[in-house]
Design a protein around this ligand. Structure first.
Ligand code: AGP
Length: 610
């Protein structure tokens, strides 16, 4: 939700802080700021708007010093303004803090502080923390942070500095990620490891309720009981420079990540398909075949695009593994407290591994004694570490806020899991062999599908001014329709709805007019004729039809206003193939509408608050 980076060592801090913020900007970009400690004075620079605005401020007024913390914000309390940007200072200006998370009891704390005469400069919840720390300080910053956090309810990833302790940064986390780095030039703290690639060779993931003490030469971690945790020697993870985080020759991260999909899908498959036993293998499930064989139901849970991947997974597991599946919005599942039978596995699906609702749903399931698995892209993320087992996507950093390659890799991974589970249950060797052959052909099919880009761009030019759009598909392609609609909504701000194609007759068809395009996912398959009828119903009401269909499909070409042919694929792989033109369509329409495709308004890449 917000990005934090800190450094203390033998180099000027500001360049490291600014570079780190640029790498974290996808986490939130309403405003940004930094503070350095030089000559026992805190130098604060902060500004509403993108990181570039802050860079200009710092260029005009450099912030000297070898120790500093910085923050890029996704607003939860208080608008995107200079005064609400982090860092926040106490009244004397001796203490500075940056925060990621939500202080749920901030109002009571704020009123108490105001009653004691503290005046506030911002509308944020975070500011109460710096005043509490200032009040608790008695010569030991780490102790003051620890005492202050005792009264806090909610989530936090914080970094704190004070004038009196130059070279010291205190970090603490509960519910919002913090990773600590050790490099030749000093010690680091950040919201995710990618921000430290190239600076720190080793990182340690702070656990909930742990507090870190960074100095220019070393790093100590204490647990909530203030016992020193010799974290520096264990739990070290080597920083994964898995794929660069810059755009390369592409104009946007999102386009680069769309075009990376042949490779990211190949990476998801690599080394996991077993030709001998016609099944799949995963290194981190941590469940034996016997244990998996005992599973009688799977509940998949996630948010946004990851939830849509789960909906595809439901069809996959039911068809390939004959396993009953329910798919739950994590934000609903975590509070609904449904009756869950024994032998139910909870499968969390997430790109970032930090989504608050998904994390909470997984923790609640684990508390109730259920086995939890996770499909996740970010190695070492909280959900990846807390699940009983799981599978990494290996998609590389996904920087664009709109998820693209993570979605297709999630679906590929779910397909392999369904194959594995199916081969434990009833799938025959020949059936498994057929699926493996089809999976191996997927990267090339996706590469061929990308050839539709020029045609999609032309179609986007015709419909970029629409105000509403329907996305319609059946069976495996119903979740594909939901995902296509989400892509369009979140980057072009154009209203779009995904529906099961047959469902549109029960209300949404009232929306159809000559200005409302309907995007149909209609490659050849068992419900092809039915979807064709649904297209007729739209055409009969003057609605334009854009059809993603099989190559050389005369029937569809006769009926639709626009066609986007895609290579033939088995139905269970069509959600992946048809996702590509829908990602490109959203991308091209967003460009035509002048939107920022990588950092859409109001969004953040990882939603680490409820
Ligand atoms: C997808 O394009 C969105 N960025 C959003 O819906 C995202 O999928 C959702 O917030 C879940 O994130 P996660 O996969 O990191 O858990």
């Amino acid at each position: 939700m917000c990005g934090i980076i800190g450094f203390t060592g033998q180099r000027e801090a500001t360049p490291i802080l600014l570079e780190g913020l640029k790498r974290l900007e996808y986490r939130g970009y309403d405003s940004a700021g930094l503070v350095t400690n030089f000559d026992s004075v805190l130098h604060v620079r902060k500004k509403a708007g993108r990181i570039a605005e802050l860079v200009q401020v710092v260029t005009d007024r450099p912030a000297p010093g070898n120790c500093g913390i910085s923050h890029t914000r996704w607003a939860t309390h208080g608008g995107a303004t200079d005064r609400n940007a982090h860092p926040h200072l106490c009244a004397t200006g001796d203490f500075a803090l940056v925060h990621n998370g939500v202080i749920e009891n901030y109002l009571a704390l704020k009123q108490q502080l105001q009653a004691e005469g503290v005046s506030f400069r911002s509308d944020t919840d975070s500011e109460v923390l710096v005043h509490l720390i200032s009040q608790c300080y008695d010569g030991d910053l780490l102790a003051a942070v620890r005492e202050s956090l005792r009264v806090v309810k909610g989530t936090y990833g914080v970094a704190v500095m004070c004038r009196q302790e130059p070279g010291t940064i205190i970090g603490a986390r509960f519910g919002s990620p913090l990773v600590l780095g050790i490099g030749p030039d000093g010690t680091y703290l950040a919201s995710d490891a990618n921000a430290l690639a190239g600076y720190a060779e080793e990182v340690v993931y702070l656990q909930d309720r742990q507090i870190a003490h960074l100095t220019t030469t070393d790093l100590t971690i204490r647990d909530a009981d203030f016992l020193t945790v010799s974290a520096v020697t264990h739990d070290i993870t080597h920083v994964l420079c898995d794929g660069d985080t810059d755009k390369g020759d592409f104009p946007h991260h999102m386009l680069k990540e769309i075009y990376e999909q042949p490779e990211s899908i190949a990476n998801a498959l690599r080394g996991r398909l077993d030709d001998t036993d016609a099944t799949a293998h995963f290194g981190g499930l941590n469940l034996s075949a016997q244990q998996l064989r005992q599973v009688e139901r799977v509940i998949m849970t996630g948010c946004g695009t990851s939830y849509h991947a789960g909906l595809v997974g439901e069809y996959l597991f039911e068809e390939l593994a004959r396993l009953p599946v329910e798919v739950e919005y994590a934000s609903e599942f975590r509070y609904r407290n449904p009756p869950i039978e024994r032998n139910t596995v909870i499968l969390g699906i997430t790109q970032s591994g930090e989504t608050a609702d998904t994390l909470a749903a997984m923790r609640e399931s684990k508390r109730m004694g259920h086995t939890t698995l996770a499909i996740c892209n970010v190695v070492g993320s909280t959900i990846a570490r807390e699940a009983d087992g799981g599978v990494y996507l290996r998609a590389g950093p996904e920087i664009g806020v709109a998820s693209t390659k993570a979605f297709t890799s999630q679906v590929v991974t779910l397909t392999m899991l369904a194959l594995y589970w199916g081969r434990l249950r009833h799938l025959s060797l020949p059936q498994g062999e057929r699926i493996i052959r089809q999976l191996r052909s997927l990267p090339e099919l996706v590469r061929r599908t990308l050839d539709c880009h020029d045609r999609v761009r032309t179609i986007a030019e015709r419909y970029a001014d629409a105000q509403n759009c329907l996305y319609l598909g059946r069976q495996y392609l119903f979740p594909g329709a939901l995902e296509g609609a989400l892509k369009l909504k979140e980057i072009s701000y154009l209203h779009a709805e995904g529906y099961p194609a047959a469902e549109m007759k029960h209300g949404p068809i009232a929306l159809v007019d000559s200005e409302t395009p309907s995007v149909f996912l209609v490659p050849r398959g068992q419900t092809f004729e039915k979807v064709l009828s649904n297209m007729q119903e739209i055409k009969a009401r003057g609605g334009p039809v854009i059809a993603v269909c099989s190559e050389n499909d005369d029937e569809v070409e006769l009926l639709a206003d626009e066609v986007i042919p895609v290579p033939d694929a088995p139905e269970y792989l069509q959600p992946i193939i048809t996702a590509i033109p829908l990602q490109l369509l959203a991308y091209e329409i967003a460009l035509l509408r002048g939107c920022d495709v990588d950092k859409p308004r109001n969004l953040a890449k990882s939603v680490t608050v409820e």
